[in-house]
Ligand binder design. Sequence first.
Ligand SMILES: *Cc1c(COP(=O)(O)O)cnc(C)c1O
Length: 462
Amino acid sequence: MLDDLTKMAEPYKIKMVEPLKIRTKEERIRLIKEAGYNPFLLNAEDVYIDLLTDSGTSAMSDNQWAGMMLGDESYAGSKNYIHLVEVVKDIFGYNYVVPTHQGRGAEKVLFPVLVKKGQYVVGNMHFDTTKAHIELSEGIAVNLVTREAEDVGNYHPFKGNFDIEALKSFIEEKGPENIAFILATVTCNSAGGQPVSMENIKEVRKMADKYGLYLFFDAARFAENAYFVKQREKGYENKSIKEIVREMFSYGDGFTMSAKKDALVNIGGLIAIKDDVELFTKVKTMLIPMEGFVTYGGLAGRDMEAMARGLEEVLSEDYLSWRINQVKYLGDKLREAGIPIQYPTGGHAVFIDGKKFLPHVPQEQFPSHTICVELYIEAGIRAVEVGTLLAGRDPVTKKEILPALDFVRLTIPRRVYTNSHMDVVAEAVKRVYARRDSIKGLRFTYEPPILRHFTARLEPVE
Ligand SMILES: *Cc1c(COP(=O)(O)O)cnc(C)c1O
């Protein structure tokens, strides 16, 4: 365990570097205009600090890279698959495991097995590809996150929790036969990377038992969630991260996972099932035509080896402490400057409240997205909007959906940037905030019909 002094810096040293290209402000103004004021359409080389996502952007360790050289690229029965299964069993206590090419591959395979047409999948807050795959399986995605999640400025230790009362009434109102399964997303990405408490997970398990429902996890940030439990929940302060993870997952029946987050790899996913062998047989049957044979599921052997090693590394408390505190470090700097953020900061990102930051920009003119554009112009920082542009239009009325949470997400890749980079980000946000009154919103010049945020083109409103 780290003490005061050793906590002050990264618990690793840098063995390989990737130089950054630095564009001038004039160049950035031109580049963002050419990209239709949409940071997704920028070339990564034109970005100085890339906080678009923490997905697949981690730096692997020397141990993971060494594992890459031990890839067993056999079609069937690769030793890396066998190692991966052993590691998952050891950490999570789940017996049945298959890899997938990434998290959405796991969703695509598992959900049609579980969902019958018109059934509900109830979660704390579904991730966007998760919602899409529920709908592709002809199910209905329902979010029942605690109301504290919307209380952006106020502290609550577990803003990712389920609203247990709402869960109970929803199941009773619709009838358990109309619920496909319960899905707990840890940490709750869409609410700001906010954790779910062990107590809440236990309550959800009770509900699942009472009504005879499956409880699955969307486990992308399982280790970050466990770290928060250790920090914030009574009775867990002396448990190891591994013990906490083991207990958390003992309440579930299985999980889907994007390994591009806490498994510290650039690509990959997993489906794991605790003990339901019939369900696992169905999963394997779907996996083969969709992702690949059971022992590779769309991944190279070397990728499975890196994933197995990443899953073990991420349990390190020294690593997690640095990781979570780096996010907090940035969040604290912004809060000290009076910038409205989701508080406390979550596991993987700082979320700025765009509506409060630019109160004069109507929500239909994308205040959070506008801040992203300004951050690129200010310092070459690429952030991402999680708000009105992402929410899209109501499928029936075609009106803009105006979500309660309208955020700029500053997503911190794992083990990639130092706190000096975080200082640059904080300074850039402060400078944009200082000139906020003169910032105008944006409107479409091209609005794609679906998933519009990825390819939309915009211009400043005059
Ligand atoms: C990233 C993510 C997914 C989807 O995973 P991909 O690997 O991007 O396909 C699903 N759920 C959550 C919570 C995620 O963060």
